[in-house]
Write a protein that binds this ligand. Structure first.
Ligand SMILES: NC(=O)c1ccc[n+]([C@@H]2O[C@H](COP(=O)([O-])OP(=O)(O)OC[C@H]3O[C@@H](n4cnc5c(N)ncnc54)[C@H](OP(=O)(O)O)[C@@H]3O)[C@@H](O)[C@H]2O)c1
Length: 443
């Protein structure tokens, strides 16, 4: 592994194809025999530092259409939090199901799950049938894994019945020194970014792109007013940039003055601090308070000069969904991709049908959408929102930060990269965008 790391650090990328692929590698994983460790505990008390381990694991066999990547850096996504607290279900069920698909997919059904759905690194080997990529290519990977043997996926690959999120519903994820991906997950690494910066946008940037911009999502147009929950978080920090870039008007919801400051620094003018406003959309576990929905609606109108929002960018779920449906404009769209605070949503359907509003769903992104989202990063039109970087050994703490909502933007993890700041190939482009690239650092 050291030879591989040294070759990458010395920029001797042509040498990588000639170096042996190590038989084992260090990886962040959860163990099947620990999947019941948090049973009976409240969600908030489940501690990823206890369940995420860094261990040496055997390198998987390389199959047709696949690639093994030497991972320089990765990032923490909320799905790693879900895996690490075994909620809402243990991800070993996903691996077992995937293992039943074919002889080759059996590799994924193991007593451990190597997690992580982002990476930046260098291709080490490609399997039979891979022509587009070769050893030595500097890449990032998106997290859509598809088999595409069924016609359903050939219009939009997210519709493939065998669609999975790599590193969450498959094994051999990106929080590791090596990762196994399908070659159609690979995309060029933006040359102006460090390894850890390049590794951080992938999953959330692609998801926000489909959810907000794509015709498969809310299909935002210039002038649209967009309510963005968690606007300084993983998804929200990209949605905010996309709204601003696309000529839309984001109304950013955050929960502290620091978070308000950071979305303002991105260029958002309309900001709501939900903590300062003290919204309580639920009176108790079973009863919502429509007066609080109205109070939010009034606040939005105050900020927008009397307008309601065309699009609500939803992901908190149960806590906010009733309010989201209420505040959307007549004919507006509530687009949801998650349920962080609970997946059994409740809303008043009168406000939906009488006002011809639409609830749409979105989930990750197809290869084309992920590629377009990565292109925005490469062109310097969207920037990473990396706030903090941890070494792989401290991944449990990194996941705990995200679990506790104590982070901003994205949290990075160094895997093979020995330190931050490496991997930049286009210093001139970097300089042009340096302020935006560093906007979230250390906040
Ligand atoms: N379907 C997909 O493809 C997909 C892709 C990515 C993520 N997700 C899911 O989307 C969710 C968010 O992911 P993320 O990466 O953006 O996570 P994140 O970085 O933790 O950001 C989420 C933001 O939501 C806000 N929030 C938390 N609790 C809230 C509440 N009770 N009311 C209102 N806002 C609240 C927080 O912002 P403030 O505290 O500042 O308000 C937080 O920053 C997760 O459940 C994740 O699994 C789904």
């Amino acid at each position: 592994m050291n030879e591989i790391r040294d070759a990458i650090l010395a920029d001797q990328l042509d040498a990588l194809g000639g170096l042996a692929v190590p038989e084992s590698y260090r990886a962040v994983l959860v163990r099947k025999d620990e999947q019941d460790m948090f049973v009976g505990m409240p969600t908030k008390e489940k501690d990823p530092r206890k369940s995420l381990h860094v261990e040496e694991v055997p390198t998987p066999e390389l199959g047709p259409g696949e690639a093994i990547v030497a991972v320089m850096a990765s990032s923490v996504n909320y799905n790693t939090v879900w895996t690490s607290i075994f909620e809402p279900v243990s991800t070993f069920g996903f691996l077992e199901r995937y293992g039943r698909v074919s002889e080759l997919t059996k590799r994924h059904d193991l007593p451990y799950h190597v997690v992580g759905s982002d990476l930046a690194g260098v291709v080490l080997r490609v399997g039979p049938g891979v022509n587009k990529w070769k050893p030595g290519d500097e890449v990032v990977a998106h997290c859509l894994s598809v088999e595409l043997e069924d016609p359903a996926g050939h219009d939009d690959t997210m519709m493939d019945p065998q669609q999975r999120i790599w590193g969450f519903e498959t094994n051999f994820g990106g929080l590791a020194e090596l990762a196994l991906v399908k070659s159609n997950q690979l995309m060029p690494k933006p040359a102006h970014l460090t390894w850890e910066e390049a590794a951080s946008p992938g999953l959330v940037n692609s998801t926000a792109y489909r959810q907000l911009v794509s015709k498969n999502g809310a299909n935002m147009k210039q002038g649209d007013t967009v309510l963005i929950w968690g606007a300084s978080g993983g998804l929200g920090s990209y949605a905010t940039q996309m709204a601003l870039n696309g000529g839309a008007i984001p109304v950013c919801v955050v929960s502290s003055p620091e978070k308000a400051e950071i979305v303002r620094a991105m260029g958002a003018e309309l900001v709501i601090d939900r903590s300062a406003e003290g919204y309580r959309f639920w009176k108790d576990d079973d009863t919502q308070d429509p007066k609080e929905w109205q109070r939010l609606g009034k606040k939005i109108r105050e900020l927008t000069g009397g307008e309601d929002v065309d699009i609500v960018f939803e992901h908190p779920g149960r806590e906010t969904f009733g309010a989201s449906v209420y505040v959307a404009k007549k004919g507006g769209t509530i687009i949801t991709c998650a349920s962080t605070t609970g997946y059994l949503h409740e809303y008043d359907n009168r406000y939906l049908w009488m006002n011809l509003k639409k609830i749409l769903s979105s989930h990750f992104a197809n290869y084309k959408e992920a590629w377009e989202a990565n292109r925005l990063i490469d062109k310097g039109l969207i920037h990473p929102t990396l706030s903090k970087v941890y070494p792989m050994e401290e991944v449990g703490q990194a996941a705990l930060d995200v679990h506790r909502n104590a982070h901003q933007g994205k949290v990075g993890v160094l895997t093979l990269a020995p330190e931050e700041g490496l991997g930049v190939k286009d210093a001139e482009k970097r300089q042009k965008h340096i302020e935006a690239i560093n906007r979230f650092r250390g906040v």
